[in-house]
Design a protein around this ligand. Structure first.
Ligand SMILES: C[S@@+](CC[C@H](N)C(=O)[O-])C[C@H]1O[C@@H](n2cnc3c(N)ncnc32)[C@H](O)[C@@H]1O
Length: 342
């Protein structure tokens, strides 16, 4: 049964998700951006309601909680990597963040089928440390790709190059060839120069003349296999899929992940599901799914977004989390508007 859990994912994973029971994990955790994200709900027409709720925080500080998480993480799988990171980073905020992530990644590794895959969505703030952590937990041989999600947005004034990409770290549960992988065609075009020289015929390596030659077989390609740099637009301010949840990701991005690394009927797990982008795509593509989020605001939006689907909602708001603002009837349902830095 598809399930949406409201709760801390570490607790939910340990108590409710069995060993080797999931085919694909996609996670988009907070990135240690130092922000607190909140959300305001406003009617589609008329004045904004004065209802505002904290969606989630993205701030980690070294303190007793982080020290306890470290003590636990250094004993577990990947413990030597956690110790090495601590030797480099000391008792810093980024180390507190990694101590939060380590036990969750260990649990996600546990729940993956031997044919399963994990995609960790992050940004350059922490992607290099997260890759080291994943190498420690999965093993470097299970690393498959660092995918660059390149998007465009309004440039900001800065004395550096504009930051316009996120990173998806793709690992598999096993180091061999047993993982599910569907090569994606049709997402990219052949380059102008390739088309001019070779048309759409498949090329064969033929070095007899010292150059590549067009193939003799007449197989038309549907475009090249998708590369590890993905151009996908961010959700437009008035886009149809926009829920207003801060950090919402585009469905087109998740479609690539889910199509590539799962098949119909497979189980997709998103332990930081936010407003449920991965879940909505999994449902549309005929996959089963498990979503977890600690924020009642997030699960409230998922509940509305998935109102046509069959699923079970489990869990209670953890202490310190506000309940979601109540939605009105469908025609007057408030639309969430994202606010950052509450
Ligand atoms: C970057 S957002 C995910 C956005 C999502 N990909 C989407 O498209 O809406 C991160 C989410 O992680 C959730 N979160 C943070 N810590 C969590 C925890 N310990 N357990 C479960 N969810 C958590 C936050 O509430 C937030 O919704």
């Amino acid at each position: 049964m598809n399930t949406l859990f409201l709760g801390d994912n570490l607790d939910v994973l340990r108590r409710h998700v069995g060993d080797a029971s999931v085919d694909l994990v996609y996670l988009d955790p907070p990135f240690q951006s130092g922000r607190d994200y909140s959300i305001a709900f406003e009617p589609r027409s008329g004045k904004p309601e004065r209802e505002r709720a904290k969606a989630f925080k993205d701030t980690w500080k070294w303190g007793p909680e982080a020290a306890a998480a470290y003590a636990h993480a250094e004993q577990g799988t990947g413990g030597s990597t956690v110790r090495a990171l601590r030797a480099i980073l000391g008792e810093s905020d980024i180390m507190a963040y990694l101590c939060m992530m380590a036990p969750r990644l260990v649990e996600l590794r546990r729940v993956l089928e031997p044919t399963g895959s994990l995609y960790l969505h992050c940004d350059p703030t922490a992607s290099h440390y997260l890759k080291v952590l994943l190498d420690g937990i999965f093993g470097p041989a299970c690393f498959r790709n660092e995918i660059i999600w390149r998007y465009r947005r309004w440039p900001a004034r800065a004395r550096r190059f504009q930051r316009m990409h996120d990173v998806l770290l793709f690992y598999t549960a096993s180091a061999g060839h047993e993982h599910t992988f569907n090569t994606l065609l049709g997402y990219e075009k052949l380059s102008e120069s390739t088309l001019k020289a070779f048309g759409t015929k498949r090329q064969r390596a033929d070095f007899s003349s010292g150059h590549r030659k067009p193939g003799v077989d007449d197989v038309e390609t549907q475009g090249p296999p998708l590369s590890d740099v993905w151009e996908v637009g961010v959700i437009a301010a008035i886009g149809r899929e926009r829920t207003g949840y801060p950090t919402q990701k585009p469905e087109a991005l998740l479609e690539r992940v889910i199509r590539a690394s799962s098949n119909e009927g497979d189980v997709v797990l998103d332990p930081f599901c936010g407003c449920g982008t991965s879940i909505a795509v999994a449902e549309r593509l005929g996959r089963r799914w498990i979503g977890i989020d600690v924020s009642p605001v997030a699960t409230g939006i998922v509940r509305d977004r998935m109102s046509g689907a069959r699923f079970e909602l489990r869990g209670d708001p953890p202490a310190g989390h506000e309940p979601a603002p109540r939605a009105g009837p469908a025609s007057t349902r408030p639309r969430a508007r994202a606010l950052q830095r509450a």
